[in-house]
Design a protein around this ligand. Sequence first.
Ligand code: GRF
Length: 203
Amino acid sequence: VKVGALISGRGSNLQALIDAAQAPDYPVEIACVISNRPDAAGLDRAEAAGIPAEVVDHTLFPTRAGFEGALSESLVSAGCELVCLAGFMRVLTASFVELWRDRLINIHPSLLPAFPGLDTHAAALAAGVKIAGCTVHFVRETVDAGPIIGQAAVPVLPGDDADSLAARVLGAEHRLYPHCLGLVASGRTRIVGQRVEITDAAT
Ligand code: GRF
């Protein structure tokens, strides 16, 4: 299955997907990487892996519709059937989400539905939770909502600050995202209302 990855920055989750896709039995080819920011370090990771990488700079588009049209055009011309948001920091409109409905997935560094949005680690620490984690979900119009494909938990430890917690969660993200993308790409996810059922591997 050809997958496009949308990034805005560092691209460590992109790297985890690229690394997973090296395995011969992993059902995904990362077919293109698109960044909305020209300076995203993740672009270098794509190039190092020989993956076509492109900048679609949102500041050059007068409208969101124009920006998202350019994103979709690049994804379609690369043959992408699934799209992974991997640290992509632009909110996508309902029309983009509808166009890619059930084929668009995101990773968020909290145990959703707790702590959606930005500054999630600071919010988790302020709330005093003892368990943190990350969520991979299908994207819906509401930010950080949508049917949950998988979650991974990590402990909050005494003395944690937002950076130390983020680093621990990030380690879990790098395991969870390839796992969940593999489930979707191999047809093992079925969306039932708000929930995702994971079915057995086809035999
Ligand atoms: C990750 O924590 C991801 O969950 C969040 O933004 C961060 C991106 O990191 N949405 P990277 O660019 O994948 O390194």
